[in-house]
Ligand binder design. Structure first.
Ligand code: PLP
Length: 393
């Protein structure tokens, strides 16, 4: 007998993958340029030149052992120090390398954090709707229960609903801002209210409720209002970060967990992160890319294509009468469908070779997700289709 649950996870057809396969089939018939595939969150902007330069320089000047060997499980000291100092410059914090644990991207960071915190099958992790569907797989995979928190109509966190959902078993809440799928950046006032409920409930139950941030889109922001650095608002915050989107390195699997010293029993929590990474078999984060991110720590991505795509879409879709969540960050737009049924809308869009993801997998069936990390030409082409789709209704 093998695990039925793992067989289920390994064979379940992902909606996004299905759409992607459909797109490939259509591209063979009508040409790739005519398929408006906005289903995947795969960065279209290449990694900054400095990434290639750093790799080349590493290979040219260092012996292979220097960049192919194991690092310590927590990560290379110079890399961890560079990360701490970068955050200190930006957020006025006092982190050191002892707060940073290098990982294989955000998915690894999150699994490690869940594994470190979940101590019993009764433990609950709250997830704010709309949410990245893999959270469910990660939390349940690490032995916890998912509790969904519904959103306000602006797709912020509904604090009254959140308060109702907190129980003595609540271990943590995941906060993903800028958000996948909505592109929303939660306002600081909203987060402060969340923190105040969590503080009150932690005291009431006599055990900390953690905020687990998921921040792969932290630098993908299009307005002057930057996402809050949550440890400045709430002591028991654990940051999960990755360079998959911010340096367009999704295949390289590089990120980190940051446990601030303000976390209650910081020493134990940091040790549990190490223990969890060990049981999950991560050994250490990729050695070569630990060096790359260290050297590229202050590099900013060229976001001009995403910015332009966002502007074209936002202006045209709102003009056509679509209702959208305010897309201030990431590279997604979450569109309320005229029929209030994302699956039906996606089926109609498919007829025009416009490929979107239904909102149901993100916990909101009325919406569709559009990933605009694509060529601008395709965005321009899509406007006519969106016009037809709203007029047909
Ligand atoms: N969290 C969110 C919200 C994401 O959108 C993604 C990837 O798309 C991840 C985590 C996983 O990122 P990584 O490639 O760093 O594992």
């Amino acid at each position: 007998m093998i695990s039925k649950e793992m067989v289920r996870l390994g064979t379940a057809r992902s909606v996004i993958r299905e759409i992607f396969e459909f797109g490939k089939g259509r591209a063979a018939v009508v040409g790739e340029e005519n398929v408006l595939d906005f289903s995947l969150g795969n960065p279209s902007v290449p990694a900054p030149e400095k990434v290639q330069e750093t790799i080349k320089n590493m290979i040219d000047t260092l012996p292979p052992k220097a960049y192919h060997s194991y690092t310590s499980s927590v990560g290379d000291n110079n890399t961890r120090t560079a990360i701490a100092e970068n955050l200190n410059r930006r957020f006025g914090t006092k982190y050191t390398m002892n707060n940073v644990f290098m990982t294989c991207g955000a998915a690894a960071s999150l699994n490690i954090t869940f594994r470190a915190l979940i101590a019993s099958p009764e433990d609950e992790i709250m997830v704010c709707v709309p949410y990245f569907p893999e959270y469910k797989v990660f939390i349940e995979g690490q032995g916890g229960k998912v509790v969904l928190v519904p959103p306000t109509k602006e797709l912020h966190i509904d604090v009254a609903e959140l308060e109702k959902k907190v129980t003595k078993n609540t271990k943590a809440i995941v906060i993903n801002s800028p958000n996948n799928p909505s592109g929303v950046i939660y306002p600081e006032s909203n987060l402060k209210e969340v923190c105040s409920v969590l503080k009150k409930k932690s005291e009431e139950y006599g055990s900390p409720i953690y905020i687990i941030t998921d921040e792969p889109y932290r630098e993908l922001v299009y307005t002057d209002v930057k996402p809050a650095h949550i440890p400045l608002l709430y002591d028991n915050t654990i940051i999960n970060y990755s360079w998959s989107k911010s340096l367009s390195l999704p295949g390289e699997r590089i990120g980190y967990i940051l446990v601030p010293s303000s976390v209650v029993n910081y020493d134990e929590v940091y040790a549990a992160v190490g223990g969890a990474a060990r049981t999950l078999g991560y050994v250490c984060a990729p050695s070569m890319f630990q060096r790359v991110v260290e050297k590229c720590i202050d590099v900013e991505m060229d976001m001009s294509v995403y910015k332009k795509n966002r502007e074209i879409l936002y202006e045209n879709l709102t003009k056509l009468g679509y209702n959208l969540a305010k897309p201030d960050g990431a590279f997604y737009m979450f569109i309320e469908t005229p029929e209030k049924d994302g699956e039906a809308f996606c089926e109609r869009a498919k007829k025009y070779d416009l490929l979107l993801v239904p909102g149901i997998g993100f916990g909101t069936k009325e919406y569709v997700r559009l990933a605009y990390c694509v060529d601008t030409q395709k965005i321009e082409k899509s406007i006519e289709v969106f016009k037809k789709l709203i007029e047909e209704k």
